[in-house]
Structures are given as structure tokens and as C-alpha cells.
Design a protein around this ligand. Structure first.
Ligand code: FRU
Length: 517
């Protein structure tokens, strides 16, 4: 029997047995387990929660049910990383209690000890989360979701729930009242909480994180329910000192390619009220699988930028996807920037720079492609980065793209069509069907400007996911897929003409695990 040492788990090393003995496979042998994306050691995960940076460590909490691979009584799972790629799993931070399950929320480093939870020279980290009382919900009450606090004085290794919980009771009569995101508002010197309340965000203010006063609410016309997991943060207008505020909101329906998705508004926040710029609600990611994207508190990514991560799944099928021991991965951590387009702004996101540390051997893609061209080299198509720029002036093909294949006949096709200015990701034949109809609806489409000049793409493949960052990160596209065996063929192609790449690289990627094939 071969033993493989996996991630270090809070002092425990996970030993997995593989192969010959007929024992159940360890995580390394699990068919769809990503090799450099964050996944829970086992069992169910959804939203990222309580993310903050302190003393060289990025903390990531997540909605976790440690007893099953489907959603259940929620805990906060926990991991830390110094580079956002290699994660160390820590014990569960927050367990359900008499006030309910521990739903989504955020965490802040309370440098000035405004909460009084700290001690001399030890500022507390304060987490805010929703206590969800399942009995109250079953009884048909409207006040079963309330906001509570917990704090840590030892770099997040232990957490104490505040004895005065809940700190914000639901007095709205509206049942959906959850996912507190706290941010410091420097100008008015107070904490702001953004809270998802059915089809809007309500804002509350506090001096001490314990006493909250209602400030205002923000919503848009029409049936846009259900709003979840808001985030509010300042960003810098490129090249200027002035700031704009971004309000992220995850939406339970009518995502850009069906089901759930993360959207955003750009506007201003004056310490009381958020006012959106005239442009409409926009999608942070056009793929089907980036939900509940929220950002880190205190991350050292430069003023005006923001570091965040999303849950790489979709409530339409998250609980049915064909993984056995674990369910769901996170997206790559991404750095958000504000970009000006005409007179308005959009968010651009790129993977965190440390992801380049995974690069191993690299080689050039062909400069000119017509018909089909299989890409051969020292890399696995199932775990690589593609980086290329399409010369749109010189390209004569009516459509072009690349396809991943395996010997089982599964395929994932990425197609760009200058006639319609679209990026199309087709996972309809990406693996065995049957676990969900919604998963195989498609193909998925996104607007991508493909006329004149050039367009740049960075593509990350990791066993069961694809993330595309196009046009300077202005277009993000994240989809998951579950082939019968890993994709082992990568083919670029051009239809009716030639595809011309002015730059093109394939990077083999290593894994963020301590040891892995
Ligand atoms: C979003 C969400 C949150 C809630 C959590 C429960 O995916 O529905 O609104 O707090 O999941 O797990």
C-alpha cells in the first residue's frame, strides 16, 4: 500500500491509502479533485466567508457541513495561506449552537479595538455572521435570521462567540435577512454593515461593531429576488485619487448563463447611502460557476484594488455534481480593479499574481492555425494555463477557439465568433449526463469584443474547471465540468480561414498540494 501525505491539517497530516488494497481512494485519486484550487478536505462547502489578512496570513472561512456532501447545518470551515494558492486546513472555527446554524458573513481586523474584545497590544479579529434558526424557519416565523459576532485574539486559531448575540435582530418582517459584510468607512469613522434582505441591501452603521443603527437601503425595480452575500468597498478611479464604491450582490436567479451569479453596481457611498451610477447592474463573471464572490478585509494588494474569491458552483446543481467525498471548489483568488470605459466604469479581475508560481515548463503556441491543430508538449491539458493574444486584424477565420478532449469522447469547446462578438463555452458533451438537466443546458455565452486590434486571453484549467480572463480581465468566465477521465488532448482550431496569434504560451502547472502526481 502506498501512502501519500496530503495537506497539513492543523497539526494532523492526512494520510491516504491508494490503489491496490481496495480501500476507498484518497483525495489524490478522487476523479474530479482540482489540483490548485481550494477544496474542503471532505464533504460539503459553499460560500467563502470571513476573509481577512493578518500577520502574513490570508484567512479563508467557508460555509461547511462536515457530515455530508450535501448542504446541511452550516459551520464555518477555515484555512490559511501565505500566498493564496497553498492552503493549510485548520479546525472548524464556528459550530451551530442554540441560536442556529452559522450562515455566511465576513470578518474585520479591529485595529483600534472599537469592539472592546481585544486586549492591550492585541487587536481582535471580529467575525459577523447570520445565525439561522431552523426551528423558527419551520415554524413560519419571520425573525429566524439574525446577525451575530465572534472574535479571535490568537490569529484566528480559536474563536469566541459574543455573549450578547445576536447583535442585530430582524425587525423587518422580511424572512431573508442575512450575510453581513462589514467595512470600515474612514470619512465618517464608523463601521458599515451591508446585509442582504430579500431583493435589496440594507445598510447599518456602528461605532463598536455591537450596536447597529439602520442607515438606508438600496434596490432596483423589478423582480430581482433573491439577493445574497453583498459586499461593499471603495475602489480607486484609475490614475486619480478619487474613489468609487462597488456593491457586489449575488443573485439567486437569472444568472448570465442560468441559475445563480454574482453581480455588481458601481456608485458612491457617503457613509449613509449607496447611489448607483446610471449604468446597469453588471455581471462579475459570465460563466455559470462563480457565486457568492466576496472580498478580503485588510489585504495588502494596493489601495484601490480588492482581493476576492467566489464559490465555483451554482445552486441549480451544486448538490448533484458527481464528486464523491467533497463538493465544490473556490475560484482562483482574483484581484479586482476599476477600469474606465467611455464615461462609465467596469470591474476587471485577474487571478492573483502568485498563481504564476505554479508554472513549470512552458512553450509557445503556434502563431498561425488553420483547420485543427493538436498542441503537443510537456504538459497536461487538464492542468495548465494558456496565455495568448489573437491578432484580430490578421485573423481571417470566421470562428476560432480550442477544444479539450479525452478518449471517452467527452469534450469541452471554447469558441470565439467575431461575427457575433461572443465567447461560447460548450460543456454540453463534457461528461456523463444524468445528474442534472440544468448543468447540460447550453452552450454558455458571453459578450466579447472581437473586431479589430487584438484580444488577450488567460485560461486556467484544473481537472474540473475552466477560468477565462479575457480583454485585460474585463471579461471573466468560470465553468465547471466532470469528464469521465481527465482531458488529455488540447486542439486549437480555425473555421474557414486562419487564426493568427501574436503571442501564445502554454504553461504546465504544478499543484498546490504537498505531493501529487
Ligand atoms: C448563499 C447562501 C447565503 C447563506 C448561505 C447558507 O449561497 O444561500 O445566503 O448565508 O448560502 O449556506
Amino acid at each position: 500500500m502506498k501512502k501519500v501525505v496530503l495537506w497539513t491539517l492543523a497539526g494532523i497530516s492526512l494520510l491516504s491509502s491508494c490503489g491496490e488494497t481496495g480501500e476507498s481512494p484518497g483525495p489524490l485519486e478522487e476523479p474530479h479533485r482540482p489540483r490548485y484550487h481550494f477544496t474542503p478536505p471532505a464533504h460539503w462547502m459553499n460560500d467563502p466567508n470571513g476573509m481577512y489578512y493578518q500577520d502574513g496570513e490570508y484567512h479563508l472561512h467557508y460555509q461547511y457541513y462536515p457530515d455530508s456532501t450535501v448542504w446541511g447545518p452550516m459551520h464555518w470551515g477555515h484555512a490559511v495561506s501565505s500566498d493564496l494558492i497553498r492552503w493549510e486546513h485548520l479546525p472548524v472555527s464556528l459550530y451551530p449552537d442554540s441560536l442556529g446554524y452559522i450562515f455566511s458573513g465576513s470578518a474585520v481586523v479591529d485595529y483600534d479595538n472599537t469592539s472592546g474584545f481585544g486586549q492591550e497590544d492585541t487587536p481582535p479579529v471580529v467575525a459577523a455572521f447570520t445565525h439561522h434558526d431552523p426551528e423558527g424557519e419551520r415554524a413560519g416565523r419571520s425573525d429566524f435570521q439574525n446577525q451575530s459576532l465572534a472574535y479571535s485574539l490568537d490569529n484566528g486559531r480559536t474563536w469566541t462567540k459574543y455573549s450578547g448575540n445576536p447583535v442585530l435582530r430582524n425587525d423587518t418582517g422580511i424572512r431573508d435577512f442575512r450575510d453581513p459584510k462589514i467595512v470600515w468607512h474612514g470619512q465618517s469613522e464608523k463601521w458599515i454593515m451591508a446585509l442582504a434582505v430579500y431583493d435589496r441591501v440594507r445598510f447599518y452603521g456602528s461605532d463598536n461593531l455591537k450596536d447597529w443603527a439602520y442607515l438606508s437601503e438600496f434596490g432596483i425595480p423589478g423582480d430581482t429576488r433573491l439577493w445574497e452575500c453583498p459586499d461593499l468597498f471603495p475602489m480607486r478611479i484609475p490614475g486619480q485619487q478619487e474613489e468609487k464604491w462597488v456593491l457586489l450582490v449575488s443573485i439567486q436567479q437569472q444568472g448570465p448563463n442560468g441559475g445563480t451569479g454574482t453581480s455588481y453596481f458601481i456608485g458612491d457611498f457617503d457613509g449613509t447611502r449607496f447611489t448607483a451610477d446610471p449604468q446597469e447592474q453588471q455581471w462579475l463573471d459570465y460563466g455559470a460557476d462563480n457565486y457568492a464572490f466576496v472580498t478580503w478585509d485588510n489585504a495588502p494588494v494596493g489601495w484601490g484594488r480588492r482581493l476576492g474569491i467566489g464559490w465555483m458552483s451554482n445552486w441549480q446543481y451544486a448538490q448533484q455534481v458527481p464528486t464523491e467525498k467533497w463538493r465544490s471548489a473556490m475560484t482562483l483568488p482574483r484581484v479586482l480593479e476599476l477600469v474606465q470605459e467611455d464615461s462609465s466604469y467596469v470591474l476587471a479581475a485577474q487571478p492573483v499574481p502568485s498563481v504564476t508560481g505554479l508554472r513549470r515548463s512552458g512553450f509557445a503556441l503556434p502563431g498561425r492555425i488553420s483547420g485543427f491543430q493538436s498542441i503537443q508538449g510537456d504538459f497536461r491539458p487538464s492542468r495548465c494555463e494558456l496565455e495568448f493574444r489573437v491578432d484580430l486584424e490578421a485573423t481571417t477565420a470566421k470562428a476560432f477557439g480550442f477544444t479539450l478532449k479525452n478518449t471517452k469522447g467527452n469534450r469541452l469547446e471554447i469558441r470565439m465568433d467575431p461575427r457575433t462578438n461572443t465567447l461560447v463555452v460548450d460543456r454540453t458533451e463534457s461528461g456523463p449526463k444524468g445528474f442534472s438537466d440544468a448543468f447540460f443546458e447550453g452552450p454558455h455565452r458571453a459578450p466579447l469584443h472581437l473586431e479589430g486590434g487584438s484580444v488577450d486571453l488567460r485560461v486556467f484549467l484544473d481537472v474540473s474547471s475552466i477560468e477565462i480572463f479575457a480583454n485585460g480581465g474585463r471579461l471573466n468566465f468560470t465553468d465547471i465540468f466532470f469528464p469521465e477521465e481527465p482531458f488529455d488532448t488540447l486542439e486549437f482550431w480555425a473555421e474557414d480561414g486562419e487564426l493568427v496569434l501574436s503571442e501564445g504560451q502554454v504553461h504546465a502547472l504544478s499543484t498546490s498540494w504537498e505531493e501529487a502526481p
